[in-house]
Ligand binder design. Structure first.
Ligand code: SF4
Length: 477
């Protein structure tokens, strides 16, 4: 009988690196920040359907907490590896226009959700949220506080992604005063040659000064983003970067896999393919990162995340409370996610909805006096079932079949007969164990969790017309 981490509250989930299995199974696949994934959203779902979803919540007198995502799309310069939806410009007046419209959207959403749950989570992402000036940020935060009922600082998780190249020590203190209590810093790699190859020159001293300032200012959690697979990276350079990261002692580390997809992301065409590590070296880099971070005391949370054992993420995982949303892993209970800004995705009730992707379209919809929702999806019962199942596997590496049968009127073994059959191959490779009441992902299977979840994704067997399936997603490892 396997020892179920979340049911006993005992073992820390561990991870085991098996190059042979990873090499055999690595393929393109979704990251499951949502299910169904965003490429399944439909243009028939618009503003009207979003309003219906909110009305449904009101009718059910929902008091689920609210989570708010604010998208600031601007960046001063482009990092060549970037695959984000951003606008690179040095013309900061564009941000002022954007803020005018963003505030209109925030007002509308604030009125729609008035009197519903408290706001317990706020996340600023981009682009570069700190592209906004200190004054603009203060003004925007005041606007948000006037539109939503924020939970007290101790109870809420208020985070911002910052680019250390754009903030001073004073600015970090100011962000804390403006209400943020978590911070995540893009670092990617400390090596000067790698930084040059990706057009992101960020001296180590500058990053360390920001981290020290965040600690002094009283941020509750400091997170660092790294990327493996970048041009000019080698085992030696990565060793040195990891030494520096571990010395900086962040609470969380996100380690992303660089997906070189120059046909999809134009800036990546400026990366010379000759400078990229070979697939074999890339796997060695990943193995090195996992080994070093685990040896330094970090817990492998899942996908690309590591945290200190006493960080809320690791605690929530041990207690089976971990969630997965568009910002990655989260400790918050199920909440309604309202997202404001160009291209932002909301998750309200049993729906997902996405805003206009271009600034022009976004402004145009708001000028018409309506929310800029242009696509989305209303989840059917089967979607809701599979979403919970994928969430549980992603967050806890195990699934209680009994708890699924209690929540949904199905007999698991019959409903998922095909999927259970497909899982047999993973079981033979030692990636998971299927028992009558549990599906448990082994330490060896944890790095391949996306592959395991893909078995339960019914949309993957329905390719969209005219789309080359393997090109839409990044590699699972
Ligand atoms: S990686 Fe971040 S800072 Fe760099 S271009 Fe992309 S969004 Fe902007």
């Amino acid at each position: 009988m396997y020892n179920h981490a979340s049911s006993t509250g005992s073992a820390f989930p561990a991870v085991e690196f098996d190059a042979e299995i990873i090499g055999k199974l690595s393929q393109s696949g979704p990251r499951y920040t949502s299910y169904p994934t965003a490429d399944r959203f439909q243009p028939e779902f618009g503003y009207g359907q979003f309003l219906e979803a909110v009305a449904g919540l009101r009718m059910r007198r929902s008091s689920r907490p609210l989570s708010l995502y604010i998208h600031i799309p601007f960046c001063d310069t482009v990092c060549y590896y970037c695959g984000c939806n951003k606008i690179v410009t040095k013309d900061h007046s564009k941000a002022a226009t954007y803020l005018d419209y963003l505030k209109q959207e925030i007002d509308m959403q604030g009125r729609l959700f008035a009197g519903m749950g408290k706001l317990e989570q706020l996340h600023f992402g981009g682009g570069t949220p700190t592209y906004l000036s200190d004054r603009q940020m203060g003004d925007l935060m005041a606007h948000l506080h006037a539109s939503f009922d924020f939970a007290p600082d101790q109870q809420g998780e208020y985070s911002i992604e910052i680019d250390p190249r754009t903030v001073s020590v004073e600015r970090v203190h100011s962000l804390r005063k403006q209400g943020f209590n978590r911070i995540s810093l893009g670092v990617q790699d400390f090596d000067p040659d790698v930084q040059k190859a990706v057009n992101r020159i960020q001296p180590e001293a500058e990053t360390r000064a920001v981290i020290d300032a965040a600690r002094d200012a009283g941020f509750r959690s400091i997170s660092i983003d790294l990327i493996y697979g970048l041009p000019k990276q080698s085992m030696t350079s990565m060793e040195q970067t990891l030494d520096k990261v571990i010395a900086a002692n962040p609470d969380r580390i996100a380690l992303y896999n660089y997906a070189h997809l120059p046909h999809l992301f134009k800036p990546q065409r400026r990366i010379s393919e000759d400078d990229l590590p070979t697939p074999a070296v890339k796997l060695d880099l990943l193995a090195l990162c996992i080994r070093r971070l685990c040896a330094a005391g970090y817990v492998y949370i899942g996908m690309d995340h590591f945290a200190k054992p006493d960080d809320e993420l690791a605690v929530a995982q041990r207690q089976g409370r971990l969630q997965r949303n568009f910002q990655g892993y989260s400790t918050r209970a199920e909440s309604e996610l309202i997202s404001c800004g160009v291209s932002a995705i909301s998750a309200v009730g049993a729906t997902y909805s996405q805003n206009e992707k271009t600034l022009e379209g976004y402004y145009e919809k708001l000028d018409e006096g309506r929310l800029p929702v242009v696509r989305g999806i209303k989840l059917e019962n089967d979607d809701l079932l599979r979403r919970i199942l994928i969430q549980k596997l992603m967050c806890n590496f195990e699934l209680s079949i009994g708890s699924i049968e209690q929540s949904f009127p199905i007999r698991f073994s019959e409903y998922f007969a095909t999927e259970l059959q497909k899982l047999k191959a993973f079981e033979e490779d030692g990636l998971l164990i299927v028992e009558p009441d549990w599906i448990t992902v082994t330490p060896k299977g944890r790095l391949l969790i996306r592959n395991i979840c893909m078995v339960f994704d019914r949309y993957l067997s329905q390719p969209r017309l005219g789309e080359a399936q393997p090109l839409r997603y990044s590699k699972t490892i």
